[in-house]
Design a protein around this ligand. Structure first.
Ligand SMILES: [Zn+2]
Length: 75
């Protein structure tokens, strides 16, 4: 069985939405952010959107995403 992974950047979420969705408390320094504001797909506001997370949060988030089929279906 092949395991498909859904990268964090396909969520297009701002940091607030990311923390609320995954029950985390990620800080700016834990994340890579796009250099320009983008529309967050959750709150709909133009914000600094997360491109990816630093280790080990990238692993944690990837694991959480892969266990959230409802979320994946919206990507
Ligand atoms: Zn948001």
């Amino acid at each position: 069985m092949s395991k498909i992974t859904y990268p964090l950047n396909s969520l297009t979420y701002c940091r607030n939405c990311l923390n609320e969705t995954f029950g985390m408390n990620l800080q700016r320094k834990d994340l890579y952010i796009y250099p320009y504001p983008m529309k967050c797909h959750r709150c709909g506001e133009s914000k600094n959107v997360i491109c990816k997370a630093r280790f080990p949060y990238n692993i944690v988030l990837q694991s959480k995403i892969n266990h959230m089929p409802d979320l994946i279906s919206k990507l």
